[in-house]
Design a protein around this ligand. Structure first.
Ligand code: DAH
Length: 357
């Protein structure tokens, strides 16, 4: 066999072994036999020194050509296997999103908490309120200071706060950040009161629904992330009876005429006087059951007359304007209304649970 025939035969052998490879790891195993010193083409290269000078150039050229063909076939094969592996991986990890198309009668719907939030907004809008929103990440000023809760205030311990590290920033959202350098996830919707009073002239009649955060471990009645709705009224001649009347009207409009509200004295730094408000137990309608611990009442939220310091912090003249505020949890409301035992069920997103509402 001439040296040229040997080169052709070595090339063909290499090409057919590439063709017979079953997967990428086989191909990698084959590489020394294709390109190594001891490969057939490699050992032919080793013979070059023994050739006549006249033959060396053309044999070298033939060898290079053969090697190039083997390299190209190897590259092709490698590309093919890589693409194949990727296709397999994608189809294994893929999620079939066509299910609802296959069953046109099955449609999703809003989450129970969103439904509750929207109904609350509807009722308040029907009573003449606007809806306001604010950022979920807040500065210490909006969440605490402006609400008459200075740094050392004992009432800060009511709120298990999650602080944020925002580096050098001194402001959040489009309001004034003041001197604040500390940032946090808002622990209540009350900071939205401040943002509204800062940006709007009284009279103000608004509700502020939204997501709030506390450093709490999830259990049947607590979640680290939950929802509140805040109400704020600022006008001339607003008194405590307006607060009591508004809450009572809201309660009947939302739950139906049989459900009333009552106030109990309490304390919040941002209101004076402050109260907690209860509503007739929605399960037993006041006759006493397990949910209301046989009292006929369930606690809904806090309220009071906006503290003059809070008005002053927002540049509102507390001699001319007075107002009230209230706030309560939305998740708990939905929980009670539907007799749900465990708050966590609302967030594990099991369709069998969600589809009931
Ligand atoms: N922000 C209070 C909380 O999260 C609830 C609250 C109490 C809101 C009294 C108010 C209020 O507007 O006047 O516990």
């Amino acid at each position: 066999m001439s040296v040229y025939e040997e080169i052709i035969s070595a090339r063909d052998q290499a090409l057919s072994s590439i063709q017979n490879v079953a997967d990428l790891s086989n191909l990698v195993d084959l590489e020394p036999a294709l390109f190594g010193k001891k490969s057939t083409l490699g050992s032919l290269k080793g013979l070059m020194g023994k050739l006549d000078a006249s033959e060396r150039a053309s044999v070298g050229q033939a060898l290079n050509q053969a090697q190039k063909e083997v390299q190209e076939a190897h590259q092709q094969s490698k590309k093919h296997f890589l693409e194949h592996e990727r296709t397999l991986q994608l189809s294994a990890e893929g999620i079939d999103l066509t299910e609802t198309l296959r069953n046109p009668n099955h449609r999703g719907h809003l989450h129970l908490v969103t439904q509750t939030m929207e109904r609350l907004e509807d009722v308040f809008v029907g009573m003449g309120f606007t809806v306001s929103e604010g950022p979920q990440a807040e500065s210490d000023w909006y969440n605490f200071e402006a609400l008459n809760l200075p740094e050392a205030h004992v009432a800060r311990s009511m709120f298990d706060t999650l602080y944020l590290d925002l580096g050098e920033r001194t402001e959040i959202g489009d309001g004034e950040g003041g001197e604040a350098t500390k940032f946090l996830l808002r622990t209540h919707t009350s900071p939205v009161q401040i943002r509204v009073m800062e940006s709007q002239e009284p009279p103000i009649y608004t509700v502020c629904p939204g997501r709030v955060f506390r450093r709490d471990t999830a259990d049947a009645s607590h979640m680290p992330v939950f929802h509140q709705i805040e109400g704020l009224v600022i006008d001339e001649g607003i008194s405590f009876t307006d607060l009591a009347g508004t809450l009572n009207d809201f309660t009947s409009a939302y739950f139906g005429g049989a459900i009333k509200s009552r106030l109990r004295p309490s304390y919040f730094p941002f209101t004076e006087p402050s109260a907690e408000f209860d509503i007739t137990c929605v399960i037993c309608e006041g006759s006493g059951c397990q949910t209301c611990q046989r009292t006929g009442w369930i606690e809904l939220g806090g309220c009071g007359m906006v503290h003059p310091n809070v008005l002053r912090n927002c540049g509102i003249d507390s001699e001319q304007w007075t107002g009230f505020a209230f706030g309560f949890g939305i998740d708990r409301l939905a929980l009670m209304r539907h007799g749900i035992k465990d708050l966590r069920d609302m967030y594990t997103n099991d369709v069998r649970f969600l589809s009931q509402f």
